[in-house]
Design a protein around this ligand. Structure first.
Ligand SMILES: Nc1nc2c(ncn2[C@@H]2O[C@H](COP(=O)(O)O[C@H]3[C@@H](O)[C@H](n4cnc5c(=O)[nH]c(N)nc54)O[C@@H]3COP(=O)(O)O)[C@@H](O)[C@H]2O)c(=O)[nH]1
Length: 684
């Protein structure tokens, strides 16, 4: 970095030098010019005086001097007289030499007699004077002879002055006057040196004064730079060890702090704890509300965690929605439980994250040392396992780590990991359950139901993994796979001759929130070459009760394209029935819990009747699901519900048997079926 003082020193030195040189040059020029002007005037005056007194008597001699042989000129009596008279006249002035030229440049007279007779007609000074102008020239002579004597190193001003008998008369000759200005020029040089010394002295004082200021500024700057550098390093260090969003220590600093806490605990024989906090369903919040609101949830969560902690605890954010608190110097495990309890209370208050208020709960796992956690470097892992245990137990709670819990959690984690890989490993499959028109005995539509062919556990039913798919955000890609697969299968049925059959697919609320549903459905239909009216989407009432505007827009688009919409598990959603008039719906599926209550509970029979009547008056189709007995079938027939689904006709069957299922008379099959036994065989 360029130092100010160094730059200032250099620039000022150059400045002072330039000022000194310029000043000296100007002063000398002005002074010398003034001297030349003054001395020239004085020479002109002298010439006029001489001309007035001497010229009338010598004018003829000088005019005719050209006729006298040059070698005799100096010996003419006029010359001696002239020399004598001039000597008197020049006695009191500082003129050192005088020459007189005639109009042809002949030196008629000179105080140095050796120069008499010389011709100066080509001399510019002479020529100028002959033409009526005065010409002066400052010259330096190493050796100079004013008369016959010689002097050395002189500065001389020589002036050529025209001689006129009267002020406005013609020029009749030229006077050359030499004045010795050596002393005057020396004076000028002395004054110049004095002025220069004075100016340079003042400039130096100014320079030193400014230098002191610049030096101080330099130091202040240096100090400021130092502070800025330190602050910058501190900022970088902070960024390296803190989470930019919440400002909490990050994973790197957490490891440091944990190590420190462990060292202290081992030295003092104290107890420490690690609390692993994971926000419940954060992925869903993030995906549905957007990342900006997700960030606000995280910031608010960090503030609440800090609020619930003791001053001796350290809270860190170690991942997306994962926070860890190091609990130092615990008196007992109960103290950790109290901190966790406070934290749950903090999270019970709704969070204001913009458009809506949210209650975001945490699941908390706690591992204490010494305790079931024997190795300190397992503290975090064990707290993590306890947190998963808390999630399994229903979330929004805390759980201490135990070895049994660990085994269970490991199993769940493996299961979860397997599910994450199931789509890529092609382990999902669809089973199909027919819906029968009991008036004709024919299959009118088929519900596609997802199954996971687990490598060790065999066929796993969706109740065991749909929620996990939703929690992990995998429901969207898996749901899209289901739609694609079902459309392809339906097209195959059509090609095999069952061309009126419709396929129904269950759609999760999260698929609506992902906003890719409409595109995925259209693409699946196009890829399979299936007309939209053969695809039915089953939604639960919770979907309709969600963000009405968002769901309605997508439903209208799908319905507009020709896709059929049905409400699944109808009657269990406890939501306002008015939505039925607003949403574009084609069918209501009466929940199987009501149908299975028929013959056992009058209220269930009443609800079933009411739903069928409502569907009829709203001109909606009605489907009875979970029909297991002939009694239930007859009851439904009696209330005008003729399309039924249930084990009485067929449980869900694998794709390879689905075409056979479409070919048979379902009523005849129902007569010979023992529902539950048949279900187990078909799904095995
Ligand atoms: N989002 C998605 N959800 C899906 C998908 N596939 C299934 N599901 C949902 O999982 C729930 C459980 O489904 P499943 O275990 O397949 O059970 C279905 C039938 O087997 C069962 N059923 C049908 N008839 C009978 C019967 O007579 N008795 C009896 N005990 N069970 C019967 O009902 C389930 C179908 O229910 P529904 O969808 O409400 O019509 C279930 O909620 C599925 O929705 C999927 O791809 N995506």
């Amino acid at each position: 970095m360029v130092r100010l003082s160094r730059a200032y020193s250099f620039a000022s030195f150059v400045g002072i030098a330039i000022v000194a040189i310029a000043l000296s040059w100007f002063y000398r020029n002005l002074a010398v010019e003034a001297l030349v002007q003054y001395q020239t005037l004085s020479n002109v005056e002298l010439t006029r005086t001489v001309a007035n007194t001497l010229w009338p008597r010598y004018a003829d001699f000088i005019a005719n001097a050209g006729r006298i042989p040059v070698e005799h000129l100096a010996t003419q009596p006029e010359i001696a007289r002239l020399a004598s008279e001039l000597e008197q006249k020049l006695y009191e002035v500082n003129v050192t030499k005088v020459k007189i030229y005639n109009m042809y440049g002949l030196t008629v007279f000179s105080t140095d007699a050796r120069q008499i007779g010389e011709n100066k007609q080509d001399n510019p000074g002479f020529r100028k004077a002959r033409n009526g102008e005065t010409a002066s020239d400052l010259v330096f002579r190493d050796h100079y002879s004013p008369s016959e004597d010689e002097v050395e190193r002189r500065n001389l001003l020589s002036s050529y002055v025209p001689i006129r008998p009267t002020d406005d008369g013609p020029v009749e000759g030229v006077f050359e006057v030499y004045v010795d200005v050596t002393a005057l020029l020396d004076d000028i040089a002395r004054t110049e040196r004095t002025v220069l010394a004075g100016v340079v002295g003042v400039l130096l004082v100014l320079y030193l004064f400014l230098y002191a200021i610049v030096r101080r500024a330099d130091r202040l700057l240096e100090q400021h730079e130092d502070e800025e550098r330190k602050a910058q390093q501190e900022r970088i260090r902070h960024l390296a060890y803190h989470d930019a969003l919440t400002g909490l220590p990050n994973r790197a600093l957490f490891k440091d702090r944990l190590q420190h806490a462990v060292d202290l605990a081992q030295r003092e024989g104290a107890m420490i704890g690690v609390m692993f906090i994971d926000l419940d369903r954060f992925k869903v919040i993030n995906d549905s509300l957007g990342h900006e609101r997700g960030d606000r949830v995280l910031v608010e969560a960090a503030a609440r965690i800090r609020g619930a902690m003791r001053t001796s605890d350290t809270a860190c954010r170690i991942g997306g929605d994962e926070f860890v608190v190091i609990l130092e110097r615990l008196a007992s495990a109960d103290e950790a439980a109290r901190v966790a309890g406070r934290l749950l209370e903090e999270f019970a208050r709704p969070m204001d994250v913009g458009a809506r208020e949210l209650v975001v709960s945490p699941s908390i796992g706690i591992a204490v040392y010494p305790g079931p956690t024997r190795e300190v470097d397992r503290l975090l892992k064990d707290a993590d396992a306890a947190m998963h245990g808390a999630k399994e137990m229903g979330r929004n709670r805390y759980l201490f780590y135990t070895e049994e819990l660990n085994a269970r959690v490991q199993e769940t984690l493996e299961y979860e990991l397997g599910l994450r890989q199931a789509l890529a490993r092609d382990e999902f499959t669809l089973h199909y359950q027919p819906r029968v028109d009991v008036q004709s005995g024919r299959v009118v539509s088929v519900e596609a139901l997802l199954r996971w062919r687990h490598p060790a556990r065999g066929i796993v039913l969706p109740d065991h993994f749909i929620r996990l798919l939703e929690d992990t955000g995998m429901i969207t890609p898996v749901g899209e796979w289901v739609v694609r697969q079902a459309c392809r299968q339906c097209r195959e049925w059509h090609l095999a001759g069952h061309d009126g059959v419709r396929v129904a697919v269950n759609i999760s609320l999260l698929q609506f929130r992902s906003n890719s549903l409409v595109y995925a459905v259209r693409r699946a239909l196009t890829e399979a070459g299936l007309a939209p009216q053969f695809l039915e989407l089953e939604l639960t009432e919770t979907v309709l009760a969600d963000d009405m505007g968002q769901v309605l827009a997508q439903l209208r688009e799908l319905r507009g394209a020709g896709v059929q919409i049905s409400i699944d598990d109808f009657g269990t959603g406890y939501s306002a029935l008015s939505y039925l008039t607003q949403f574009p719906v084609d069918y209501l599926k009466i929940d199987r819990s009501f149908i299975q209550g028929v013959g056992l509970r009058e209220d269930h029979a009443a609800i079933t009747r009411a739903i069928a009547a409502m569907a009829r008056s709203l001109h909606l189709g009605v489907i009875g699901e979970g029909v297991e007995t002939s009694e239930q079938m007859r009851f439904l027939q009696g209330i005008g519900c003729n399309v039924m689904q249930g084990d009485l006709f067929s449980p869900p069957v694998a794709a390879e048997h689905s075409a056979d299922m479409l070919a048979i008379d379902m009523l005849a099959a129902a007569d010979t079926r023992t529902p539950r036994g048949r279900r187990r065989r078909a799904e095995a």
